[in-house]
Design a binder for this molecule. Structure first.
Ligand code: TPP
Ligand code: MG
Length: 328
């Protein structure tokens, strides 16, 4: 199941450019001091959300983490509302109350992201329980990092999802680090996350998350199986964050990871690899890709100008935009 749908090829490319270039713009503007919330960038990790974006339908649901921009955009969240949220503006997707780590766009099924690691895992599983009870055909996606698998709540939620055969797709972006701690400092040698999770009774897959084509294949397969009613699937995808854990800068000088490791992963860059695949298979010309990127950058410019020109929330609206994720 390669990406044989021409529209999907175009949509994936657009998402890759949107996620990368919008976050590059956040990094560029961050030091102006107008974005007052912490921001966790996914630059380097665009492959997984972009590949998943075309596997989901509008009515599928998703929840995410502190590093949620890419997931929000992949689910179809509005770029203007996201940038405005990061600027703390009333026109933001959470009314300017949440900032970067608390994005929500119910109109596209993006049910929320939170700053507490592991916090949205049981919420995503609860959403899937509700989908099952209502006999809906849709699924819930729970985005997690490798670090979130170390939270106890993951095991309770995964067990429950397996027991009740809930329509949940766990998408684990394993970028090797939880802040400054490498996996080998946190978990016993030789353990593979997907193998451990398979021991809980979930169907699992693993792959190279920076290879958009094979990642799309895995995720498409996982979504199809879940929609057939076979219960949850856990997909572990390797990837790498380029910038500091939180903020716009590079931080290799801190010494928790080596320059060699960083350069190795930069060579495995998801966007250039996908562009090459499109070109090598005569699916799209370089010119068409450049045109696509220009259009996306126009959208990004408009999102920033919308955000900058929007007003801050009025103090009389303090009690508005209080969300209970998943509640009716
Ligand atoms: C319960 C909890 N513990 C610790 C933190 C501090 N913290 C924020 S992000 C993070 C790392 C999470 O790593 P991972 O899940 O791999 O996501 P990544 O940042 O790599 O995308 C930690 C420990 C937190 N926000 N919540
Ligand atoms: Mg991580």
């Amino acid at each position: 199941m390669l990406i044989d749908n021409l529209e999907h090829q175009q949509q994936i490319l657009e998402k890759l450019y949107l996620i990368r270039d919008l976050e590059e713009a956040i990094a560029e503007h961050y030091n102006e001091g107008e974005m007052r919330c912490p921001t966790h960038l996914s630059i380097g990790q665009e492959g997984v959300p972009a590949a998943l974006s075309v596997c989901l339908s509008h009515d599928d649901l998703a929840v995410s983490t502190h590093r949620s921009h890419a997931h929000y955009l992949a689910k179809g969240g509005c770029p203007k509302a996201m940038v405005a949220e990061i600027y703390g503006k009333a026109s933001g997707c959470s009314g300017g109350r949440g900032g970067s780590m608390h994005l929500i766009d119910e109109s596209v099924g993006f049910k929320g992201s939170t700053a507490i690691v592991g916090n949205t895992i049981p919420i995503g599983v609860g959403l899937a329980l509700s989908q099952k009870i209502r006999k809906e055909k849709n699924i819930s996606v729970v985005f997690v990092g490798d670090g979130a698998i170390e939270e106890g709540v993951f095991y309770e939620a995964a067990n429950f999802a397996a027991l009740k055969k809930l329509p949940v797709l766990f998408v684990c972006e394993n970028n090797l680090y939880s802040v400054y701690s490498a996996l080998e400092k946190r978990q016993p040698e030789g353990r593979k996350i997907h193998e451990m999770v398979s021991g809980l009774g979930l169907k699992t897959y693993s792959g190279d998350g920076n290879d958009v084509v094979s990642t799309h294949q895995l995720l498409e397969q996982a979504v199809t199986e879940i929609k057939q009613g076979n219960g949850p699937v856990f997909v572990e995808l390797s990837t790498y964050r380029w910038r500091e854990h939180c903020g716009p800068h590079y931080d290799n000088q801190l010494g928790y990871r080596t320059e060699e490791e960083f350069l190795h992963w930069q060579k495995l860059e998801p966007i250039a690899r996908f562009e090459k695949w499109l070109e090598d298979n005569n699916l799209m010309s370089k010119e068409a890709m450049n045109d696509t990127r220009e259009q996306i950058n126009e959208t990004i410019k408009q999102a920033f100008s919308f955000a900058k020109n929007s007003p801050f929330p009025d103090e009389n609206t303090l009690e508005e935009h209080v969300y209970a994720v998943g509640a009716q």
